[in-house]
Design a protein around this ligand. Structure first.
Ligand code: RB5
Length: 146
C-alpha cells in the first residue's frame, strides 16, 4: 500500500503518479487533497507520513509545488526518511542507499515523463543494506537524541 498526499498544486501530478501505481499493480491510499483550493501542505504531509510510520502503508509519495515543504513536513514524523527527488538516479539511490520510505516531488518542477520515471525508479529498487544499514541506523539514532 502506497500513501499518497499532495497540496493544491499537485492534482495533475498525482494523477500521473497513480497511473504508474496502477501499471505496477500497487494499491494506494489517497490522503488528499483533491481540490485546487489553496491548502497547507504540512497537514497532508503528516497524514501520509503517519500512515507509513505506523505500518498502514509501506511507502509514501507526497507532492507539493517544489516537493520541499511537504517533504520537510513528512520528515518530522518519527521513523520517516523522506527523500526530496527531482531525477530518476536519485530516486533509485534513495531506495538503494538511504532506504527512504517516502519520496517527495515537485509538481511545479517536473513534467509527466520525468515524474513517471522517478516514481518507477523509487518503487522498483530495494535497499542494498550492508554498509548502508549502519549509516541509515545512524540517521535514525539522531531522532532519539532529543
Ligand atoms: C504553494 O504555493 C507552495 O508553497 C507549496 O506547494 C510548496 O511548493 C512548498 O514547499
Amino acid at each position: 500500500m502506497i500513501a499518497l498526499a499532495n497540496d493544491h498544486t499537485a492534482l495533475q501530478m498525482k494523477e500521473w503518479v497513480i497511473e504508474v501505481l496502477i501499471e505496477l499493480g500497487l494499491e494506494f491510499q489517497d490522503f488528499g487533497v483533491n481540490t485546487t483550493e489553496s491548502c497547507d501542505y504540512p497537514i497532508q504531509g503528516e497524514l501520509a507520513a503517519r500512515a507509513v510510520a505506523d505500518g498502514r502503508c509501506e511507502f509514501g509519495i507526497v507532492i507539493c509545488g517544489t516537493g520541499i515543504g511537504i517533504g520537510l513536513a513528512a520528515n518530522k514524523v518519527k521513523g520517516i526518511r523522506c527523500a526530496m527527488i527531482a531525477d530518476p538516479y536519485s530516486a533509485m539511490m534513495a531506495r538503494r542507499h538511504n532506504n527512504a520510505n517516502m519520496m517527495s516531488i515537485g509538481a511545479r518542477v517536473l513534467g509527466e515523463g520525468p515524474a513517471k520515471l522517478i516514481v518507477r525508479a523509487f518503487l522498483n529498487n530495494t535497499f542494498d543494506s550492508g554498509r548502508h544499514s549502519r549509516r541509515v541506523d545512524q540517521i535514525m539514532d539522531i531522532e532519539n537524541k532529543a
